[in-house]
Design a binder for this molecule. Structure first.
Ligand code: AMP
Length: 347
């Protein structure tokens, strides 16, 4: 496929806030979007069509695919059978390999180390019986993570000493604890023609396993900034990737360690809405539509802060602040841990 003509329809799997912001970007570029989402869909407010159906509904998947020109996603845990069906009808961007690699922490780490990048030391722990040997090999402290479906620190157990016993209940990976000085992430994009464009790495601060703030510039040395961008480019090239990817990194005295990759637009890239001419959402739409990528240059210093749970009650005050963009996701009631919106503050 060359450039997607104006008026084409981009199908998006997942109807959360990322799908919502992708839809807005697509519409600005003259495209329409069709959201496929089993549950409530904040993206539905700004999309042209919404299908509400489970990923097991073959007729709904088929009708969705046949109504769109290309399929992308804001959620990487779409079941394999659904993807097989969709892919037989329309191109999926980013490709299936990127999804397969990032859906499973073991496959992801094997891939990353296979292309010469550094991850935390790790062991496959298929069953509880394999845990003692893995803990003995890696030592403590260590973190056990389910191989699949983990996010925002869910499905993780920390082991303070090697005799501690606990189990996630599912095939897992044990990771040695990385003594990092900072967490940064690179949002990188790759176009259909192989062009690569990266945004400046951002400094991430988490609380209770959830991203709170991302700040640019991130304070890394120029040498480490270059390393971060080069390794992100290496990942997207190796996967023949098309779209935006989030690459989360630990900064250590020995250099950068890859924590995980997300084959989609990423919460730590929301700052680009205020810091760049073309933000991560437009960049992703440009990539999957076969358009030239925007430049990733940063024109402002920005702090992105997530509005989580009752943070959203601060919105009336935030709206009065200068140099502040408020983004709300149109979700109903706030609950602890629920991402309700974010702000981008120009520094
Ligand atoms: P994850 O879901 O893998 O991104 O992990 C959530 C958070 O736990 C990360 O952002 C880190 O703050 C921390 N973490 C994860 N893995 C490690 C590790 N191997 N060593 C130290 N901290 C970690």
């Amino acid at each position: 496929m060359s450039e997607l003509p104006q008026g084409s329809v981009i199908g998006i799997l997942g109807g959360g806030q990322l799908g919502r912001m992708l839809s807005v970007a697509a519409s600005r570029l003259g495209y329409r979007t069709h959201i496929y989402e089993p549950g409530a869909a904040p993206a539905g407010d700004v999309a042209h069509v919404v299908t509400t159906a489970p990923y097991e509904d073959e007729a709904a998947l088929r009708a969705f695919a046949e109504s769109v020109d290309v399929i992308t996603y804001e959620f990487e845990n779409v079941p394999t059978a659904a993807l097989d069906l969709l892919e037989s009808l329309r191109p999926i961007r980013p490709n299936r390999r990127a999804l397969a690699v990032s859906q499973d922490r073991l496959t992801e780490k094997d891939f990353l180390t296979g292309i010469g990048l550094t991850t935390a030391p790790y062991r496959n722990v298929e069953t509880e019986a394999e845990l003692p040997a893995a803990l003995a090999a890696l030592g403590a402290p260590a973190i056990l993570k389910t191989r699949r479906m983990g996010y925002d620190g869910k499905g993780q157990i920390r082991f303070g000493d090697k005799d501690q016993r606990d189990w996630t209940g599912a095939p897992s990976v044990l990771e040695g604890f990385v003594k990092f000085s900072a967490e940064v992430s690179v949002i990188v994009a790759r176009g259909v023609d192989g062009q690569v464009s990266a945004f400046d790495p951002g400094l991430n601060v988490h609380r209770e396993g959830i991203l709170r703030t991302t700040t640019v510039p991130c304070g890394l040395s120029q040498a480490l900034l270059t390393d971060a961008v080069l390794l992100a480019a290496k990942i997207v090239n190796a996967l023949d990737y098309v779209g935006v990817m989030g690459v989360e990194l630990f900064v250590t005295p020995k250099g950068l360690i890859v924590n995980e990759i997300a084959p989609r637009v990423h919460n730590s890239g929301h700052w680009t809405q205020a810091g760049c001419a073309v933000d991560q959402f437009e960049q992703h739409i440009r990539a999957v539509a076969g358009l030239p990528l925007g430049d990733g240059q940063r024109y402002a210093d920005v702090e992105m802060e997530n509005l989580i749970g009752d943070d959203v009650l601060r919105v009336p005050e935030l709206l009065k602040q200068p140099r502040t963009q408020v983004h709300l996701y149109g979700k109903g009631a706030h609950r602890p841990g629920r991402k309700m919106g974010h702000i981008n503050r120009l520094l």
